[in-house]
Each structure stands twice: as C-alpha cells, then as structure tokens.
Design a protein around this ligand. Structure first.
Ligand SMILES: NC(=O)C1=CN([C@@H]2O[C@H](COP(=O)(O)OP(=O)(O)OC[C@H]3O[C@@H](n4cnc5c(N)ncnc54)[C@H](OP(=O)(O)O)[C@@H]3O)[C@@H](O)[C@H]2O)C=CC1
Ligand SMILES: CC(C)(CO)C(=O)C(=O)O
Length: 308
C-alpha cells in the first residue's frame, strides 16, 4: 500500500520510520530544508522502543509521483493550508487522507478541500520532539496512533489499512468511534498543553499543588461544558476521566506545545484553545481558565513576533 507521510517531524518522522522498519512502502513529503538534512544525515529516531536510522524515500511538492493510497498528515495546524495545496497532485479518486493533528477544526478544512469521503479520522498519543540536530526523540512509553472511518463503519479500505498498520512496533489502534476519540483527545490536549504551557512546568509539579489540581479540574470542566454546548460527541463525565488520566501520567510529562515554546517555535493556540473559546462564547458558556491559558499563549506569540 503506497503511503505518503506529509512531514518528517516529531510525529510524522516517528510513525513513518516505524512503518518503514516493518517494511511498509512509505514516502515522506518534505520541504527543501528537511530534504537536504535527511539526504545528508538520514532520518534518525532515538526512542525508548528502539532506535532507528533510515534513508527514506523523499518527495517535494514540485516532484512528480502517482497518487498515493493513503496520505498521513503530520504538519502543525498553522501549516495545514499550505500542505493541502502541496498534496493535491498526490491525491487520487481512492486516496484516504488521515490527519494526526491535535484538535478538530482541521477536519472541516480537509473535507472542504478533498470531500467528505476522502477524509478518515485519526489522532495520536506520543511524546516526541525534533532535537537541534534534526533527530527525532521519543520519550514516554505511549506511542499510539488511533484511526478509523468517521462513519464508524468497518469498510474494506479501512480493513486494508489495518492489515498494513498491524505488526508495526508502535500501537496502531482501529477505532469504531473515532469522532468521539478525536473530541476526547481534543479536550485532553487543550487542557494538558494549556496548563503545562501556562505554568511552564511538566505535569507532575503542577498537579501536586492543591491549587494546581483545582486549576486542571476547573479547566477540564469548562472544556466539557463548552463541548457539551457545541453538541460534540463526548461522553458525559469525561472531564473527571481525563483528570484521572492526567493524575496517572508520568510526572515528567510535557506537552508538544510547551516543548515548542521552549524552542521558541510556533504554537497551535488558535487551533486548540482559541477555537473552543470562540465556540464557548457562541454558546454563552463561561471559560475563564481557558481564557487565562489563551492569554498566556497569545502573549507568547506576540513576543515571538517582536523578537523575529
Ligand atoms: N510532538 C508530539 O509529541 C505530538 C504532536 N501532536 C500533534 O501533531 C501535529 C504535528 O506536530 P509535530 O510532529 O510535533 O510537529 P513538527 O513541527 O515536529 O513536525 C511538523 C513537520 O511538518 C512539516 N511540514 C509542514 N508543512 C509541510 C509541507 N507543506 N510539506 C511537507 N512538510 C511540511 C515540517 O517541515 P519543516 O521541517 O520543513 O518545517 C515539520 O517537519 C500537531 O498538530 C501536534 O499538535 C500530537 C501528539 C503528540
Ligand atoms: C500530551 C501529548 C504528549 C499526548 O500525545 C500530546 O498530544 C502533545 O503533547 O501534543
């Protein structure tokens, strides 16, 4: 099955390398800078699940290639508009588009560009980053990719995809309710990235403080209220399940947003927190902790723009 991984960054590089390790037919769509780097030094993954060093097939947007059967999108949300234009030549009638971005707003963007049928659902749980040498560093035990038809059906194409994902040294999970899974992950990451970025701390020290525990709980409750008002397909009481999850995670856990801020890079504030604030306002749901988080993120963005 011909797969195109769009982006060879923290998650694209990781899951793409794992699929290549298994022997799958994966090509990376990259931009010039990344292409030169990978051609020069290879694609290296340093992971607690085993290191990899590969020389993968690379494509840039101006090169010719036949359409791919599956295109896995792993850019940041603020890079998606350009990525949509760049992948158009590689999308055929039968192509499945599988986004792994955090958030939910990108689904409408992709459906508008490629149609309802082309877009399947996806998300991932992994703690991964690209270091200063361009190598991928994957740290925590979890390295899970969840995917499925947004209709919830077990179609032939999703079964085929499963047969190619199965057996990879990473946890590829076919979901029968990917819409709900994506909303739950959206809630989780909005809180997790929000609180760790606001406090500039890994999760452990925040949640050990009673006030930190209250802040996380209140934020999750605000998110559940906003999503409920939006009629998102979430489980009732999910905020408390996610609080338990955050309390059971490794104390050293950081969010990718926080790591990006530490590196002075762009962040997905509007795609994650901003989108939900807009929807909460439309539904008259009050979200003061979420707004506090968002203010911090917007100040970071403003200072970063001044420093550029
Ligand atoms: N990192 C993590 O642990 C997790 C991240 N996520 C989510 O996954 C998504 C990706 O994050 P992450 O992997 O950290 O981001 P990275 O910045 O590490 O990787 C994004 C990659 O996409 C590439 N890219 C951007 N636009 C294009 C394009 N038009 N064509 C080809 N390549 C392109 C970038 O290339 P270039 O090198 O040229 O800039 C970069 O290598 C985000 O939505 C994030 O929230 C979800 C779970 C965990
Ligand atoms: C919280 C985590 C690491 C879980 O996958 C994540 O999604 C992120 O930081 O973007």
């Amino acid at each position: 099955m011909k797969m195109l991984m769009v982006g060879a960054g923290a998650i694209g590089g990781y899951f793409g390398a794992r699929l290549l390790e298994k022997g799958e037919d994966v090509t990376f769509l990259v931009r010039e800078g990344r292409k030169e780097k990978i051609e020069r030094q290879g694609l290296s993954v340093n992971s607690r699940h085993g290191d990899l060093h590969l020389q993968p097939a690379l494509l840039t947007k101006t090169m010719h290639a036949e359409p791919f059967e599956v295109i896995i999108l792993t850019t940041k949300a603020y890079q998606l508009e350009q990525a949509i234009e760049d992948i158009r030549p590689f999308v055929g009638e039968e192509t499945m588009i599988l986004p792994l971005l955090n958030g939910i707003a990108h689904i409408d963007q992709l459906v508008a560009a490629f149609g309802e049928e082309a877009v399947i659902g996806g998300l991932c749980f992994i703690e991964s980053t690209v270091d200063e040498d361009g190598e991928i560093v994957q740290t925590s035990p979890i390295h899970q990719l969840v995917y499925g038809e947004r209709s919830g059906e077990q179609t032939k194409r999703i079964e085929k995809l499963k047969s190619h994902f199965d057996g990879t040294i990473a946890d590829f999970v076919l979901s029968g309710n990917i819409n709900q899974d994506m909303w739950h992950k959206y809630m989780f990451i909005t809180a997790m990235s929000g609180i760790t970025s606001l406090m500039e701390s890994p999760l452990g020290p925040i949640r050990e403080l009673p006030s930190g525990q209250t802040a996380i709980k209140t934020l999750l409750e605000e998110l559940e209220a906003a999503m409920t008002a939006m009629e998102a397909p979430i489980k009732k009481g999910i905020a408390s399940i996610q609080l338990d999850k955050m309390n059971s995670m490794d104390a050293s856990m950081k969010s990718s947003m926080q790591r990006d801020m530490e590196k002075g890079q762009g962040i997905e504030a509007d795609h994650l927190q901003g989108y939900l604030i807009e929807k909460a306002h439309e539904a008259n749901v009050s979200v003061p902790v979420l707004e506090t988080v968002y203010t911090k993120l917007k100040l970071y963005e403003a200072n970063r723009n001044v420093a550029k």
